[in-house]
Design a binder for this molecule. Sequence first.
Ligand code: FRU
Length: 494
Amino acid sequence: MSNNTKQAEEALKQSAAKMNKRYRLGYHIMAPANWINDPNGLIQFNGEYHVFYQHHPYDENWGPMHWGHVKSRDLVHWEHCPIALAPGDACDLDGCFSGSAVDNNGELTLIYTGHQYIDQPNNIFSQNQNVAVSTDGIHFTKLKENPVIAEPPTDSSQHFRDPKVWKNEDTWYMILGNSTKEDLPRVILYSSPDLKTWTYQGVLLQGDKSMGFMWECPDFFELNGKHIFMFSPQGINARGDKYNNLFQTGYYVGEYNYERNEYIHGEFLELDNGHDFYAVQTFLDDQGRRIAMGWMDMWESDMPTKGDGWCGAMTIPRVITLDENNKMLMNPVEEMKLLRQSKHVLYQKGTIRESYFENVEADLLEVKVVFDLTKSTADLVGLKLRGTGQEETVITYSIPDQKLKLNCSKSGKKTDGVRQTAFKTEGQLTLQIFLDRSSIEIFANEGQATMTSRIYTSEKLLGIEVITEGGDVYVNGLTCWELNDIWQQEKSAP
Ligand code: FRU
């Protein structure tokens, strides 16, 4: 372990001991204390799942970026590992920014951006690309050849970051988030025979101003024979219900030609319509599943846990697939069922008028409800969670408007509580919801829409209420499961 890493571990221990745990999550990835943002280097290596993340171990605010690290055998029970990367070397003086991981013949290889300030108050910086390797999957050594890409192409702005690396046939490819000197967003491509010597191949895709000024955290992969480009554009203006967060993560579905480095694609679609979902990355596991995970926060969101000594978490892992219209669906990985404890069948089948409330004394919950809209007369159906009245989190579906809405105005979010999205369904509306102490993740109709937000209710407000407006609703089952707290040890630690 380097001195920088050791020092960071020590600081983290001290912060963890002082943390206020009221909003600590029960089954999401968080750092032991202090700040985290993007997921990095998602990979399955020697049978274990690894997640790294952007981390500032010294403070609850963003700062010199380290790579934190957790691993798991089953994608749901995670254990903390020592900090994998600390900044401060000549190649990454002021930060080890986001990047990816590959298994290079049994060597777990991290590819990340080194960040150096030139003029910090004016945010003028330089960025380069670096490699660190490990054989045990825990301790990493930065290559002496770093930086492996020292500077961006000459027509580039200073933004040059977030390498995603993959292998096609015998060649390694890397894409990077970038922009032109004129601030047009783009993603650029490099190739390499050995992960050390990289050759610039040109622009893979460039957007116009309507697509923002910079594309962060690009990802590129095949799904169902299509090529998906997933990215987190900065600077797209809100339009109606779309692009309401400061930045968003979305994707194109298209066809890529390696020889011509040419990508033809369809329209940009947002991947999730909640408040807190960003910088998503994916990886392929040994079952052939494409699994995505995002940062379950957003720059400029309310972050009340900063006052508690920590900030930031990952979403639950989600399997992504394409439906027959090439729309991407996200669903919780099957393994989430391993967290299920006692099951409560709250309502079997029948018509509910006005409202129906069940008290459930648990704050870590999976809830599943099926509304049969063909047998309902209501205009609006939904669920209230985490309280009813002064504090509540409300999910509704408006049948005439065909809109799914998450209202967190009374969930401890000070501003901007509502998110909604166009959502068509004429038959059944199934909502699968994962509630943790300070988060909600909604999967509607098997991932046709998802909404992810952090919520901060002030007390232990529990219970589930079915609500309707303008008629009644036919409920075809309302079930919930109490979920296991995988960080129980943390709770009981002195
Ligand atoms: C995205 C991002 C990345 C960068 C990292 C820094 O949230 O801005 O582009 O590498 O965070 O922490």
